[in-house]
Design a protein around this ligand. Structure first.
Ligand SMILES: Nc1ncnc2c1ncn2[C@@H]1O[C@H](COP(=O)(O)OP(=O)(O)OP(=O)(O)O)[C@@H](O)[C@H]1O
Ligand SMILES: [Mg+2]
Length: 263
């Protein structure tokens, strides 16, 4: 492969090998490997401080890894930062929307900044896609948390980046607002966008993700589909109805087993 050449789109949208990152003595990432298929939803699960945001920051070129490789949409995050940035959008934990403007004005503003033709039409299309048409003319200050997050996700779609990072997209939202955001994320993936999201909610990964990875003590200790993760546990027990293990059962079993390994 020639340096600077992009990998054909048939490869994984995100490809990470041996990623390491320390903050002084704190070894946060100790060799992270992961692959995210194009057009899929990948959930990165981990406790507070596990290093989820650190991975997202490295993949979005905001932070440099100490070692290892990472490619996003075929581009190397270390040597092709501009190409990576053109291929992604990042939605952090706190909505980046302007409260004084209306939802529609926020969208038009970003569409203008990205030099899109017909920013008004782009805005209206996204409002419709995220069920915000009725609220489009209202100031964002009057939106609920769920509406703001949906608008934030809609804004991140302007310019149609093939890869989207959502860092804890539903942190602090009530159950109804979480469902709304989940629907918005599904809409993204149905449109062919690759989504890498981080979450501390096992339930979120369970409902949303095609593939789930658990980050623990600097490494991905489990990576698979929900069905594969469930197979890590003994078979479902039969009571009156068959009870499948939840992802929480799997998480506790795996993390607990790792803890015991080290004595
Ligand atoms: N700039 C920094 N300087 C020093 N330590 C840092 C820095 N950024 C993160 N850390 C530490 O690295 C570890 C991983 O942080 P990170 O934000 O990646 O975790 P996280 O999995 O996203 O956690 P959360 O679920 O709370 O968002 C934490 O212990 C954090 O304190
Ligand atoms: Mg974080």
């Amino acid at each position: 492969m020639l340096a600077g050449m992009s990998i054909p789109s048939t490869g994984p949208a995100i490809h990470v090998r041996g990623l390491e990152k320390s903050y002084k003595d704190l070894r946060v990432l100790r060799g992270v490997d992961l692959d995210v298929a194009a057009g899929s939803i990948f959930a990165l699960l981990g406790a507070n401080g596990a290093g989820k945001t650190t991975i997202v920051r490295i993949l979005s070129t905001l932070l440099r890894a100490d070692s290892g490789t990472a490619r996003v949409d075929g581009f190397d995050v270390a040597t092709q930062g501009a190409e990576v940035r053109a291929s992604i959008s990042l939605t952090g934990q706190f909505a980046a929307v302007d409260q004084i403007l209306s939802g529609r004005e926020n969208l038009v503003l970003v569409a203008r900044l990205r030099h899109l033709r017909e920013p008004g039409a782009v805005a209206d299309g996204l409002l419709a896609r995220f069920s915000l048409t009725g609220a489009g003319a209202r100031r964002v200050a009057t939106y609920s948390g769920g509406m703001r997050r949906r608008l934030d996700i809609a804004m991140s779609l302007i310019g149609s980046p093939p890869v989207i990072f959502l860092d804890e997209p539903t942190a602090g939202l009530d159950p109804e607002a979480r469902l709304e955001v989940w629907q918005a994320v599904r809409t993204l993936a149905e449109g062919g966008t690759t989504v890498l999201l981080t979450t501390q909610y096992l339930e979120e990964a369970e409902h949303l993700a095609d593939r789930i990875a658990i980050l623990h003590e600097g490494r991905i200790i489990v990576d698979g589909t929900l069905a594969e993760l469930r197979r890590l546990l003994p078979p479902a027990t039969v009571e009156y109805v068959e009870k499948q293990p939840t992802l929480e059962d799997v998480f506790l079993a795996v993390v607990g087993a790792k803890g015991r390994d080290r004595g």
